[in-house]
Design a protein. Structure first.
Length: 255
């Protein structure tokens, strides 16, 4: 599959998910709002009732992730956070509350419908320390060393060029900056048929990295103290036992 074809398919699927969420229809990782993955433990009950209570319902309904990266990022007041593939903005808005008015939370997304939904959710939440940027996670539109923490939720697996994504994440982090993401990883045998399935790619499955590959790519990008903890096993038909969600953490070395 060509990189550009994957990108267009991802935009189409998640653009539709944003429109569904704006209409009040809940979605899940995969974005169709009605697949069996909505009942999958990999993508359900990721946020506490307290977290959901303080957010616009559209932000919660547009949540398409496989984890809660803000829960493990250990954000501090005054920090600058960047969410790669921010979707409807749920993790950006949660991050903004944790870093406080002295900090800032950026969201980056390439899909116009998601950006429109996220900005409306920002308005409803009254979040002044938030900015949503249009762009691709392979080409982050921020300067070198401008971010303290990078979070992401089930998005890096959607990219066809993960080395570029991790290199860009390393570039924009300040020395000592932290990488704390949720993503889908491979934990068992995967057939070539699954790998070539565009529906499964845009559904957060076919593009996932093997656990050891994820570690190696982070190390090659320059990260240290790489930690990967699998959390929930995927139960979708035909891929049982082969995929799981994980918290992935790493650090850019200090000067």
């Amino acid at each position: 599959m060509k990189d550009n074809d994957i990108k267009k398919a991802v935009q189409k699927r998640y653009g539709a998910a944003a429109l569904n969420a704006a209409k009040g229809t809940a979605s899940c990782c995969g974005g169709d709002g009605g697949s069996s993955s909505c009942c999958d433990p990999i993508s359900s009950d990721l946020y506490s009732s307290d977290e959901k209570r303080i957010l616009p319902k559209e932000a919660v309904q547009a949540s398409l992730g496989c984890g809660n990266p803000t829960a493990v990022a250990e954000l501090c007041p005054g920090e600058v956070v960047l969410d790669l593939g921010s979707g409807g903005g749920i993790d950006v808005l949660l991050s903004a509350r944790r870093v406080g008015p002295a900090g800032k939370a950026y969201g980056l997304d390439m899909t116009d419908e998601m950006l429109a939904l996220a900005r409306e959710n920002q308005r409803k939440a009254g979040a002044l320390n938030v900015e949503f940027l249009k762009g691709e996670i392979e080409n982050i539109p921020l300067p070198d060393g401008s971010v303290d923490v990078i979070v992401s939720n089930c998005v890096i697996n959607l990219s066809a060029d993960k080395d570029r994504v991790l290199g860009e994440a390393f570039r924009v982090l300040r020395p000592g900056g932290r990488f704390a993401v949720s993503d889908v990883v491979v934990t068992g045998p995967v057939s070539e048929e699954v790998r070539r399935d565009m529906e499964l790619w845009t559904g957060c499955i076919a593009g996932a990295l093997d656990v050891s590959d994820y570690r190696d790519k982070l190390a090659r990008a320059g990260f240290v103290d790489v930690r990967l903890e699998t959390t929930r096993t995927h139960c979708g038909e035909g891929v049982e036992g082969a995929f799981a969600s994980a918290f992935i953490r790493a650090v850019k070395p200090p000067l």
